[in-house]
Design a protein around this ligand. Sequence first.
Ligand SMILES: [Zn+2]
Length: 264
Amino acid sequence: MQVFEVLQGDSPVVLGQPHGGTHVPEAIATRLNENGRGLADTDWHITRLFDGLLPDATVVKSNIHRYVIDANRDPSGVSLYPGQNTTTLVPLTDFDGTDIWSEGQEPSEDEVEQRRAAYHAPYHDALPAELERVHNKHGVAILFDCHSIRSNIPFLFEGELPIFNTGTNLGATCAPAIETAVNAVAEASGLGAVLNGRFKGGWTTRHYGRPETGIHAVQMEISQRAYMEETPPWNWRDDRAAITRPHLQQMLEKLSEIALSGTL
Ligand SMILES: [Zn+2]
């Protein structure tokens, strides 16, 4: 099993997909409890959702499940949302706050470090390498970090999420034109949109988004009802995806256009 996969393209846009992977190494899988083995917090079908929308975009995706180690969390273990419920570098619970490890099988600090070196680090060697390659070619690179989540998770947030949740850490991770373009498409979709609401961008977006260096990052957290069933077995829904995908395509095309315009 490859830890991550890279599909190289010539576009200035790089799609990050840290949470679509479902692989759990056997020695770790046996320590998950029944709830954990359900892998409920996967960004299900995220590669399929974006497949072909911007044919020349680079894709960097992790194949390892976030319960092994979360590629979108600070490797030093700092909380993404201090003071709020959130999941950690190696989560102990799922998004509902329910334990995922069998009793006494939670990973030790040493194991977290081993998993970081084996699964988190390789992904985060590959992603900046692609951003640098694209940046060298165009003088600019835009990381569009692709995520999805169940629409209703009372442990994490109140009520139902809008379909498109754009995160730029309050504008810190990209040029204003990028944030504005993505959110404008999201709002015009009529499907429901929020900018820097509950989801402000994970560690990936915050870590790589350095607009002053020509590397911009934006996170798109999509409510899963936009393209799938939100209960096991998490089936893909063609009818829903057909409505959602054109808006995502428009966002990516717009970002590519802005990047190539030389105005960033
Ligand atoms: Zn995610």
